[in-house]
Design a protein around this ligand. Sequence first.
Ligand code: AP5
Length: 215
Amino acid sequence: MKNIVFLGAPGAGKGTQSEFIIKKYGIIQISTGDMLRAAVKAGSPLGKVAKEYMDNGKLVTDEIIIGLMKERLAQPDCKNGFILDGFPRTLAQAKSLDIMLQEDMKTEITHIISLEVPDEYIVERITGRRTSPVTGKIYHVKYNPPAVEGMAEDGKTPLIQRDDDKEETVKKRLEVFHEQADALKSYYKSTGKLFIVDGTKAPDTVFAEIEEILK
Ligand code: AP5
């Protein structure tokens, strides 16, 4: 059983590496960012609240996120293992997650993978990111371009850019990430399941390192 947590700055490659893991191990990815973006798109009450925080590069409140995750982890598809991408992000979320897993699911995190990428790489990575509305696949204009420039896999649907991927918002998101990162890492260090991975290498090289960890 693999219950994986990805830690890492915005743009560190958590979503990209999740795609590799899903393909190889057949486990599901739970991305709080994707869940919130879906709520924003649907115009739900949660989406309306979340949009305000996300557009400003701030974290959505622990109360909202923990409630959302409690509901998501109760779904049957989580029983065979999962990747948590973007959660937990605060110490309060990490502690709540441990309780949810122990009490509700009788399981625990097996691997915490921290993808480490210095800030100077991040703005270029994020401002060049494009996502396919057809498959959800993540591209980069320079590092992972699509087959047809600017287009999704069908060759005719334009790739999209996230609303929070503007340079100013990225800087704020990085600032917020650094406020929480050390506390989260120290929390997980004591479990002996924290693995540090250099996220500056090419995506398949990064994945090769992750495969070794997951063996
Ligand atoms: P979220 O969607 O989680 O965004 P994030 O953590 O900022 O992470 P990203 O999705 O930006 O980056 P990534 O690490 O997945 O990188 P990717 O693989 O795409 O959160 C968004 C917002 O939602 C938050 O700001 C907050 O408001 C809210 N939120 C979410 N979760 C929350 C929570 N738990 N609590 C409170 N609020 C929450 O890669 C980036 C780019 O780089 C891509 O173009 C990719 O192709 C390229 N790339 C990837 N790897 C490489 C590589 N090795 N070399 C070169 N390029 C690469």
